[in-house]
Design a protein around this ligand. Structure first.
Ligand code: GUN
Length: 284
């Protein structure tokens, strides 16, 4: 069997970011203004703090304006809704991202729905989600969009392939299932209540693992020559671990994403991409 290929998200994301950086320099030269992203973090979930920090840093590196709103855990729903409303009306803000999960007392759906669909760079607004499902133009959520971008840049064929998505979250599982379907893959979504998950994964040409369980997908569960995408970010004492047992699976797969350096950097690159698109659309 041929050697396994590593789907290098770090390298791929760097190319996207360099391209966006060039575009921002051109915009600056033309005096057309620059894209602005507002990031809202409520409370101090340690993982969310890390993600938000990465997003801010990436914005700075490509030359975007970034505005960080750090609100205390006890912020009320109304206060957060007021901030979203204010950002909807702010001309220099082209993208709004409210980091999830929100504290338990908040209604996340209502907050996401309050964001103007045009500024919804996460692609979580029901209008964008609805357009994604029906195949209309929309802002696609960053993680699944990043996975598609990575697979396509390595020339991985999806048409006619059996794709199995592990996990049914609104952020990854559901949207990626639709994106694979739009590329003419035959898609199965497995989740925590699916009996005999192995019977699906063993038949799959492409597996997207987004279950949040360290090294869940093992070598015995995958087919020889399959493409394995690991969306997991599990922080263990030994360090960052994905949902795939990389060492076990890597010799069986034809292509595999590492953790870190696979899907994670692509998410950030697509957030920049979506913000640039939202900025451009203000001129249409
Ligand atoms: N929490 C985990 N992933 C994401 C994401 O892509 N966007 C937001 N807003 N919150 C998240």
């Amino acid at each position: 069997m041929e050697r396994t290929g590593i789907l290098n998200g770090r390298e791929c994301s760097l190319r996207v970011r360099e391209e966006i950086k060039r575009e921002v320099e051109e915009l600056k030269g033309a005096g057309q203004g620059i894209p602005g992203l507002a990031v809202v973090l409520v409370g101090d979930d340690p993982a969310s703090r890390v993600y938000v920090g990465q997003k801010e840093k990436a914005c700075g590196e490509v030359g975007f304006r970034s505005l960080l709103y750090r609100l205390p855990e006890e912020t009320t729903q109304e206060e957060l809704m007021d901030l979203v409303e204010e950002l909807n009306g702010k001309g220099e803000v082209h993208g709004i991202l409210v980091q999830l999960p929100l504290p338990g007392h908040m209604d996340s759906e209502a907050v996401l729905e309050a964001i103007s669909p045009a500024k919804d760079v996460d692609g979580f607004h029901p209008v964008n989600m609805g357009h994604l499902v029906t195949g209309l133009p929309c802002t696609e959520p960053c993680t699944p969009k990043g996975i598609m971008y990575l697979l396509e840049s390595y020339g991985i064929e999806m048409e006619g392939k059996k794709a199995v998505v592990l996990g049914r979250s609104n952020i990854v599982g559901k949207p990626i299932a639709h994106m694979l379907l739009s590329r003419n893959a035959t898609v199965t979504i497995c989740h925590s209540r699916t009996p005999d998950i192995v019977s699906y994964t063993r038949e799959a040409d492409i597996v997207i693992a987004a279950v949040g369980r360290p090294r869940f997908l093992t070598s015995e569960m995958v087919k020889e020559g399959s493409v394995i995408v690991d969306v997991g970010i599990n922080r263990l004492e030994e360090g960052l671990v994905g949902d795939v047992d990389f060492e076990g699976v890597k010799d069986k797969a034809s292509w595999i994403t590492p953790v870190p350096g696979g899907v994670g950097p692509m998410t950030i690159a697509m957030l920049l991409f979506n913000t640039m698109e939202a900025f451009r659309k203000t001129f249409e």
